[in-house]
Design a protein around this ligand. Structure first.
Ligand code: FER
Length: 315
């Protein structure tokens, strides 16, 4: 993102009045951040060395792959992490990890090095082997984050079709993947957080693991995301995190409060960060450990599974 776009982003994320103008559906003006008693970290800060590339442990592999998007009508790119020891003989679960408004398929790797975090977690037995797919969430012909990136907001909504019809089928055709909801996670930061909540909760038969990090104003309102908070019981994990100094805090806070009021199970992790890369990196570190891809979620409790239902994916 160039310096002008960055400055604009800072103004927009800290000034509720201005941010209204770029929302597709205006939300209520966001007032000052008011912290509640339960707006606290769910996890301690990561331990020493958590984000340092370690010698002497097995390393996974990052590959930038291309695919033909029927949705966009272009050849697009995504960054794919395969864990150490990946072989076409053993099917693995997949996390689809989405970037923010100024990012692209390289953003997570530049900000957070998910490969390093996962290599370290795997070496320490704190995560299970998984494939991590980092696509480009701006589903338009020119998907570079240039110019006024806020004008690209509609393309972040179109990405729902690219994800379901192009990205996921490509990954499931080319990699050894456990192609069912129990082994498919969707998460993202900011605009990507809004996408993950909108698409993930909108397609409960496709995703059992959903996470929104510092979710942006593209996030649907709580009652639209989950008309019945009880539905969260059918997920393995619903994750919400945000920095308490983020101008977008109320978006995550409101959804948390709405879920809590109705006993909808979820993780709520609040740090004292702003809308920044260190927030997303530590959120990812903790989120990866919650992705057990089994019925047991370390902090989320035992959640019953949703049975049956047709998916257009994997057919
Ligand atoms: C907005 C403020 C921030 C908005 C999007 C963002 C679509 C996204 C920020 C990011 O992805 O970092 O008003 O409207």
């Amino acid at each position: 993102m160039n310096i002008i776009a960055r400055a604009l982003l800072l103004i927009l994320t800290t000034c509720p009045a201005l941010s209204q103008s770029v929302e597709s559906e205006p939300r209520k003006s966001r007032g000052p951040i008011v912290l509640k008693e339960d707006d606290r970290p769910a996890f301690p800060p990561p331990p020493e060395g958590w984000d340092k590339r370690r010698e002497g442990i097995p390393h996974g592999k990052l590959t930038m792959i291309e695919y033909d998007s029927k949705t966009v009508g272009t050849r697009r790119r995504m960054n794919v992490y395969t864990p150490p020891g990946y072989t076409p003989e053993k099917k693995l679960p997949v996390l689809y990890l989405l970037h923010g408004i100024g990012g692209d398929e390289t953003e997570w790797e530049r900000f957070a090095h998910p490969d390093v975090l996962l290599d370290n977690l795997l070496a320490d037995g704190k995560a299970v082997p998984m494939i991590v797919v980092m696509p480009n969430g701006r589903a338009q012909k020119n998907d570079r984050p240039t110019g006024d990136v806020f004008k690209h907001a509609p393309a972040f909504a179109v990405f729902e079709h690219d994800l379901l019809d192009d990205v996921i089928p490509t990954i499931e055709a080319r990699y050894a993947v456990q192609a069912d909801r129990e082994h498919r996670a969707l998460a993202g930061l900011s605009m990507g957080g809004g996408q993950a909540l909108n698409f993930g909760l909108g397609h409960p038969l496709l995703f059992a693991w959903v996470g929104g990090f510092s979710s942006a104003p593209n996030t649907r309102k709580p009652a639209e995301l989950l008309p019945n908070a009880n539905a969260a019981k059918h997920l393995r994990l619903l994750w919400l995190s945000c920095g308490s100094k983020d101008g977008l805090f109320s978006i995550s806070q409101d959804f948390h409060a709405w879920l809590k009021a109705q006993d909808g199970p979820h993780v709520w992790h609040v740090t004292d960060h702003e809308h920044d890369a260190p927030e997303w990196k530590q959120a990812l570190y903790h989120f990866l450990q919650q992705l057990t891809f089994s019925g047991v979620v370390p902090t989320g409790g035992e959640i019953s599974s949703q049975k049956g239902g047709a998916s257009k994916i994997g057919k």
